[in-house]
Each structure stands twice: as structure tokens, then as C-alpha cells.
Design a protein around this ligand. Structure first.
Ligand code: RB5
Length: 148
């Protein structure tokens, strides 16, 4: 799968570890930065990955900052994007199955390396179930339309 990854300074190290892990699993990873541990602003990278997902440049996104929250909030401002913060694999699987989230986010200051690997595995291994869940996704899209 082609996956876009993005991070801020708090997550530079974990981003590199997860990027290498995903590549070792056979995924193609596009790195949207940041490219160093120098202080930077997470909205920049949340937006880059979200736009890449929305355009189809990549199929899924992985976003990492200190908590996963700021970078996911930024990504969710891109119309049509559903980015979910997860700290464990159960939720990471359910956000695909029920919420059709295209982007997973987590915090480098929250989860360890092994947990982060389990989170991405669960997320990438699950598919949207559709059905009644699609109606709810449509209702979320309707909110975006009203907010235009
Ligand atoms: C950076 O210090 C930190 O605020 C950021 O990585 C993230 O946790 C924000 O949500």
C-alpha cells in the first residue's frame, strides 16, 4: 500500500522507526516531513498528508506529533478527511471498520515503538464495513457542507 507519513519535531525519531517498519512490511512510504528534530509546526505536516490522501497520491496516512492530537486536528480541517487519534490497536482497527478513517494519528510522547507498530498494523489491516456506517459518514460530510 502507498502510505503518506508526517510528523513534527516531537515525533521525528518515531516517524523514522515507523517508516522503516512499514517499508519492511512491503509498503511504499512517502515522507512529507518534518525531516529533522528541529522545532516545527505540526499543522503544516497534518495538512500535507491530508491533501495527499484526498488527492489519491497516497492511499492512507500516518501522522505523529507529541500527542497525535494537534496534527490530527489540522488534518481534519481538510474537507473529506477523517483522521483518528489512537493509542491502542482496538481503536485503530475500529476507526477503519466503522469510521472509514483514512489517516491514523498517535503521539510519540504517548505510545512506545511496539505499540505504535501494532496501531499501524491494525489500522492498515482493516477495511470499512459500509452499510449503516456509511450513513454516518454521509452525516459527517453534511456537517462539512453546512460549514462551507
Ligand atoms: C509540540 O511540543 C507538541 O505540542 C506537539 O507535538 C503535539 O503534541 C500537539 O498536539
Amino acid at each position: 500500500m502507498k502510505i503518506g507519513i508526517g510528523n513534527d519535531h516531537a515525533a521525528f525519531e518515531l516517524k523514522n522507526t515507523i517508516k522503516a517498519y512499514l517499508e519492511s512490511q512491503g509498503h511504499e512510504v512517502v515522507d512529507y516531513g518534518s525531516y529533522s528534530a528541529e522545532r516545527c509546526d505540526y499543522p503544516v505536516f497534518g495538512e500535507k498528508v491530508a491533501l495527499a490522501v484526498r488527492s489519491g497520491e497516497v492511499e492512507r496516512g500516518v501522522l505523529i506529533c507529541g500527542t497525535g492530537v494537534g496534527i490530527s486536528i489540522a488534518a481534519n480541517k481538510v474537507r473529506g478527511i477523517r483522521a483518528a487519534v489512537c493509542s491502542e490497536p482496538f481503536t485503530a482497527q475500529m476507526v477503519r471498520r466503522h469510521n472509514d478513517a483514512q489517516i491514523i494519528a498517535f503521539g510519540a510522547r504517548v505510545v512506545g515503538v511496539d505499540m505504535a507498530k501494532m496501531i499501524v498494523d491494525s489500522f492498515l489491516g482493516a477495511e470499512f464495513e459500509g452499510g449503516r456506517h456509511q450513513n454516518r459518514i454521509d452525516l459527517i460530510a453534511a456537517i462539512e457542507e453546512r460549514e462551507r
